[in-house]
Structure formats: structure tokens, C-alpha cells
Ligand binder design. Sequence first.
Ligand code: HEM
Length: 498
Amino acid sequence: MVFAGRKPSTREPIFLSSLVAILVVCVLIVLLQGGSEDDVCDIGGIPAINAWKFFTKRYDFIQNGFQKSGGRIFRFKVLQHRVIAMAGEASRKAFFNEPGLSFLEGYKILLGGAPESKDITLTEGEIQSNVEEADFVKRLSSLIRRDRIEAALPFLLEDLDKRLKNDWGRQCQIDPFKHGREAVFQMTIRMATCQELAEDRKSIDQLMEYYSVLEKSATPVSLLLPWFPGPAKKAREKATTALFTLLFKFVKLRRQAPEPSTDAIDLLIGQGHEDQSVAGTIMRILFAGVTTTSVIFSWILLRLASNPQWKHKAIEDYKTLLSHHGDLPSELPLHKRLAVIPLGAWEDQLPSVELVLKETLRLTSAGSIIRRNVQHDITVDRVVVKRGDFLTYQVADAHLNPEIYSNPLEFDPERFVKGRVEDRKQAFAFIGWGAGRHPCIGMRMAKLEIKLLLALVLLGYEYGVVDGSGSFPKDLPLPDKNDNNQASLPFQRMYSPS
Ligand code: HEM
């Protein structure tokens, strides 16, 4: 869910006046439209109201649509855009495999992508067009090559150790969504920038602040009326400029360095990219990887807290890993003992952690994946998808489908083990890391980041979950299916008695 889910704030009064204008236009559009050219259910509705629901309560909106259509594929409008909601195995296969369905166009228009360098107000000449998707994927892949991750491992652990010592302390209450995010942000900076920045806490905190402003500035108004000069647009432009300016500072610093290092910025410079383009790449990496990874980490902590047998298994995994690879004196700090474990072992020798991660991902990724048909008309599962149409597929259609997963709402990591392998019952039944033409490029990195942070927490702390008032809640909260990122659940805090 790369560019999706910067959840809009629902309290923007200016929207009401804009809504009236949009309503008029959209009613006219509806009246001027002809009937449907195939037998797909059109759930109708006023496009502006559809749009509002689509941007604020997407999961509920699509589920209601399926109720109206009797579970069949259906169509609706978001402003002037025609959207088709897909369901079932056949459409899923086409959705992920069809070459004419564009990943970038889907997110760019319908969900508002990561900020672009065109949003910044820097001096002329400093602004450059946005990094193209294919080029971006190539650059990202070069930065997170296996050997580079392996070399970065001890630094990532060192960074995390500092974070935990300084910000979490020995005994603490933390909000995993906030603190987890900061820790993942730190790791992303380490992987995607340079040593100077990765060790400059003040600049990282500033970048984090701008990043958070940008996420929050994706309000319904900014998505529906991107040209509207409201507060969200202004905040977005200001934060984009500030973020770029700060990143430029470090890119320039590296460009002027007498010797190139092996850090990411130097690698990108060495590939011949301009400063703006290097900064744009870093920005895109932050938006692709930070929230996605930290949200899954946070939910793993919560799931483990309510499933002690799996918490125990995960801890045992880590202890075994340490005993097999960390033949070092036990008085050495934990992060130093973990740092000698090779990348291959982190990847292959944590079987229970791996299962927990996959099951958490299955239960947490309930959002929508979007595509746009940018080539010619195609037919998917007997539905005509015209050039220009958007398609949306709800991950829950696969992940929470009782025909694929038994008791789908239950946390049951064993469902993936040999003999059950429920995720193989249908094509693309597990799409937590994407599938087909656009699998997640950052999966290896994301998994490692989660496993490193989890190692330090599970081996370094005892923890339980308390609510905002500090008491232990009877039930743990569940993911909010309308909020893809579930990025702020302030009532959840971790507690470490020793
Ligand atoms: C737990 C963390 C993550 C999850 C759950 C996740 C999930 C996904 C999913 C589901 C997709 C496919 C989206 C679609 O089909 O529309 C995707 C694509 C992508 N992810 Fe991730 N991701 C994570 C972390 C990362 C990280 C850390 C990076 C970068 C460092 C990253 C970079 C990308 C990119 C570039 C794509 C698009 C690939 C393309 O254009 O073909 N992701 N991710």
C-alpha cells in the first residue's frame, strides 16, 4: 500500500461550501450520463457524496456497495471518475496481472500520492520533475540490495539501541504507533541517506515532523480539490518545501565531500542523479516504507500481548537464533550480540516470528488497492473496464474470506504451516506484500526492520498493554478497517515493569 491511506481528517469546515458546488456539477454529470453498457450493478449515488464516503470510510462504503450488488462486482462514481469494485478470484488475478492497469495512475489521482517536488516553492532551477515510477523502483532496488542491507545491520541495531535507551528507557509507557514509527523512520534514514544525517538526531526529528504534517495534510478537501488554496494545501506545500530543503542540505554535503562513501546518497550521486532527484528519491522511500512498516510492527506487539503462547514462541525463536550465531559473552549489550547474526539467519531462522508477521499482515491489511486502466478497454470477469476507469480491490475480499481462511477473524499463525497452507487455496490469496506485476520492493527491508526492533523489545523488555489511563484493558483494540494506517491509536501504550 505504497501511496495509500494518509487518512483524511473529517473536520474541515471549508468542505461544506465546496461540496455544494461539486454537488451541482455532479448531479448534472449523473443526469447527462447514459445507462450502463453491460450488466454490472451500478450502485449510483451522488458522485460527490460517494467521493466523501470513499475518502473517509472507504471500507464501509465498499462493503455497503457489495451488499447492494448482492456480492457482485459493482460500479460507482467518485466525482467524474468511474470506479469498479472488484471481488473474487478471477478479478483478483486480472487486477494484479493485467499489463494495462497502472499502479501509479491509480494512487496518484484517486488517493493522492506522496508529495511531489512540484509542490515545493524553492528557487527556480531547484525544481525538477518527479522521479518516474520505473526509475524509482530501480533506484530503490539498488539501495536495498542484499549486500547493502547486510552491511547496514550493525548500524541499524546500534541506532535502535540508542533510540530505545534514550526514548523508551528501562521502564516506560510508550505508544507503539508513535515510538515504533520513530524507530522505523530512523532505520529508513540510515538505509536511504547518509551517516551524517543518520547520526543527527535534531535533523531527523525535524524531518519526522514535516513527514507527519504531510501525512495529516491529506484531507478530503486536498484530495477532492487539489487546487483549492485551503489550509491543508498550504500546510502541505510548507512541509514539502521544508522536508526537501533539509534533505538537500545533506545531499549537497555528500556531493561536496572529498571522498565518496558507500552510503545511499553517494550511491545515487554516483549513478548520475541531480541533487533534487536524489532528495525526491529519499522522500518517496520515506513515504513507501515508514508507515507501512511501523504499523505492522505495532500490531505485532499488540497481537503478541494478547497471544502469550505466540509471544513465547517468538522469544524462543530469538533465543535460539542468538545461541546459534551469537557465541559472544552474555555481558555484551544485546544489540552487539544480535549484530553478528548474518542476514540469512534473520530471514530463515525465525519461523514463529515469520508466521506471526504474516498472520498480522493478513489481519491488518484491510485497505483497498487501486489501479487505473491506462490502455485500451478490457473485459475482466465479464465486466467491461474502459480506458480511464479505476479499479479497486479490497484486500479483505481475500484476507478475510472464509472460503480461503478458516475462522478468518481469528489470529491463527499456524494456518500457513505445512499441511494447512490456507493461503494456497486460491490464486493470490495472500496479498499483504502485493502480487503479480507490483510486488512490494521493500519487503526484505521491512521484514528485517520489524524483526530487529522486535528482537530488542522481546529480549530486552517485559511488556503488557495498558490504556490511556494506565490500566490493563479487558480486550485489545482491533484494526480499524477504514483507516489503512491505523497510525494513531493514542490509548494504546506499552508497559515495561523492568
Ligand atoms: C510492512 C511493510 C510493508 C508492507 C505491508 C508493504 C506492502 C506493499 C503492498 C501491498 C504493495 C503493493 C501495492 C499495490 O499492489 O498497489 C507494495 C508495493 C510497494 N512497496 Fe511495499 N510494503 C511495505 C514496506 C515497504 C518498504 C519498507 C518499502 C521501501 C523501502 C516499500 C516499497 C514499495 C514499493 C516501491 C512498491 C511498489 C512496487 C511497484 O511499483 O511495482 N514497501 N508494498
